[in-house]
Design a protein around this ligand. Structure first.
Ligand code: NAD
Ligand code: UDX
Length: 485
């Protein structure tokens, strides 16, 4: 079946960039991305390409090339479904907040709503593609809504369906590159013709050997498992980092040593402030829930450990900051560098910065938060604490203000006066080249630099009389003291 019209429900971090690439690589296909969030759709349609709702390197350029030609963003969900030969469901699947499985299982209400919309409006033969990350066997739910709910409507509309699973593996910040040069494209399904229709779209730019076909359940489960394996590596290296700090080893050296074993590999071995992002935690918790549901508590406990370690590690960092600043941060000025969950994205979902900042504010610290892409509105929404206007107005002089609070800052130099510490939580490129000599003259002594992303060079800091802590680096610790303690 040749696909001429695609509808993608969900103009988010996945739907937007994925459809931009499909339209770019397949000029003969009309691609419409629909969303019921009008603001988001307006942002996708904004005249100024700097105002797209998602920041991804290279994305604006591609949207500029295709928008209005064969790429459209709209709120007319029903119309778009009617026209489409293939419909991607790319809506959010967050962890359930209440009811059965709360805090663990994925909330499928948005996926189910999409299936019902498709059942109501699709005409002729339609291939429905699960792009969202969903629990294994969700295709069954979608199918039964599409086929089972109302035979008579389907007959009148002459509607038939095929359901495929095509999970997305892009990472934020590198989405365009990941989509253009994927390690693999995974397509799970039962019907060979439907699988080939989707395969043919990808084969416009992805080598055939990288397009993997599996049964639908393997495809659904492979997505959850891929994220679980990646997150597990981060918890593993962060746990080793804590041990390095206690024993005089350096986690970067350990990572290099173990990563050069080709069976282990060097990627995803950077110790940091703990993994964030919208996917890892939610997908592992979903795996934990499914394992328990299928009567495999040991499997569930194994994966739950990855999330527990991550949370412990994030609190470990905030505790360590307090300890190094003589056991109290009340009324102390601390610059936080980076609020996004990783560099090159404006996404803050599950960012380690949220937990660490909340902890420090709770301890009474005065936080001056810098991030090149995250707005103060977003920080406020994440911390659920209003921005402290007093702090903002006093950012250049001494503050006599003891309560915990935060404000957003535009530049580091304008707010550094009398700061007690700087904590680097996101690896933004600009933090690699800070002028430490100038910074050092302005901070209150003894001053501390906490580098949770290993972006700084030791000598650049210590030469200017600043105390320096780096995640997973125990090489400067006096081990005999540590053992005595
Ligand atoms: P998102 O929250 O950025 O976007 C989802 C969009 O769907 C929202 O704009 C929302 O308004 C829209 N939506 C929800 N219900 C709708 C409906 N009934 N009709 C029309 N629009 C509707 O989410 P995202 O980050 O793009 O993630 C989407 C899915 O992809 C999730 O399942 C996620 O786990 C998965 N995923 C995400 C990433 C990532 O890096 N963000 C990577 C791989 C997979
Ligand atoms: C992840 C998966 O990588 C991607 O395949 C999937 O489709 C969605 O989830 P994403 O969350 O966007 O992508 O970013 P990723 O690069 O995986 O980083 C996740 C978190 O782990 C970030 O907080 C990052 O800083 C952290 N991380 C990553 C580390 O702390 N160390 C590393 O070595 C790698």
């Amino acid at each position: 079946m040749e696909i001429k019209n695609i509808c993608c429900i969900g103009a988010g971090y996945v739907g937007g960039p994925t459809m931009a690439i499909i339209s770019y690589k397949c000029p003969n296909i009309q691609v419409e991305v629909v969303d019921n969030n009008e603001d988001r759709v307006n942002q996708w349609n904004s005249e100024n390409f700097d105002n797209l709702p998602i920041y991804e390197p290279g994305l604006a350029k591609i949207v500029k090339k295709c928008r209005g030609k064969n790429l459209y963003f709209s709120t007319s969900v029903e119309n778009s479904i009617r026209k489409a030969d293939m419909i991607f469901i790319s809506v959010n699947t967050p962890t359930k907040k209440k009811g059965i499985g709360a805090g663990m299982a994925s909330d499928l209400k948005w996926v189910e709503a999409c299936a019902r919309l498709v059942a109501n409006y699709a005409e002729g033969h339609t291939i429905v593609v699960e792009k969202s990350t969903i629990p294994v066997r969700t295709a069954e739910v979608i199918k039964s809504i599409l086929e089972g709910s109302d035979h008579s409507t389907n007959k009148i509309k002459n509607s038939t369906y095929e359901v495929l699973s095509n999970p997305e593996f892009l990472a934020e910040g590198t989405a365009i590159n990941d989509l253009l040069y994927p390690d693999r494209v995974l397509i799970g399904g039962e019907n060979e013709k439907a699988i080939m229709s989707l395969s043919n779209i990808y084969s416009n730019w992805v080598p055939k050997e990288k397009i993997i076909h599996t049964n639908i359940w393997s495809s659904e489960l492979a997505k959850l498992t891929a994220n679980a394996f990646l997150a597990q590596r981060i918890s593993s290296i962060n746990s080793v980092g804590a041990l390095c700090e206690a024993t005089g080893a350096d986690v970067r050296e350990v990572a290099r040593a173990i990563g050069s074993d080709s069976r282990i590999g060097s990627k995803f071995l950077n110790a940091g402030p703990g993994f964030g992002g919208s996917c890892f935690k939610k997908d592992i918790l979903n795996l934990v829930y499914l394992s328990r549901y299928f009567g495999l508590p040991e499997v569930a406990d194994f994966w739950e450990g990855v999330v527990k370690l991550n949370s412990w590690h994030q609190h470990r960092i905030s505790k360590l900051v307090v300890q190094k600043l003589f056991g109290t941060v009340t009324g102390k000025k601390i610059l936080i560098l980076g609020f996004a969950f990783k560099a090159n994205t404006n996404d803050t979902r599950e960012s380690a910065s949220i937990k660490i900042c909340k902890d420090l504010i709770e301890e009474g610290a005065l936080l001056f938060i810098h991030d090149p892409k995250v707005s103060s509105k977003q920080i406020k929404a994440d911390l659920q604490i209003d921005e402290d206007i007093y702090l903002k107005s006093k950012s250049e002089s001494q503050i006599t203000h003891a309560e915990g609070g935060w404000c957003a800052i535009e530049t580091i130099t304008s707010s550094i006066d009398n700061a007690d510490a700087i904590v680097i939580l996101t690896e933004w490129k600009e933090y690699f080249d800070i002028d430490w000599e100038t910074i050092a003259t302005k901070m209150r002594r003894p001053a501390w630099i906490f580098d949770a992303r290993s972006v700084l060079k030791d000598e650049n800091i210590s030469n200017f009389g600043l105390n320096f802590w780096r995640v997973g680096d125990g090489s400067k610790n006096n081990i005999s003291n540590l053992l005595e303690n």
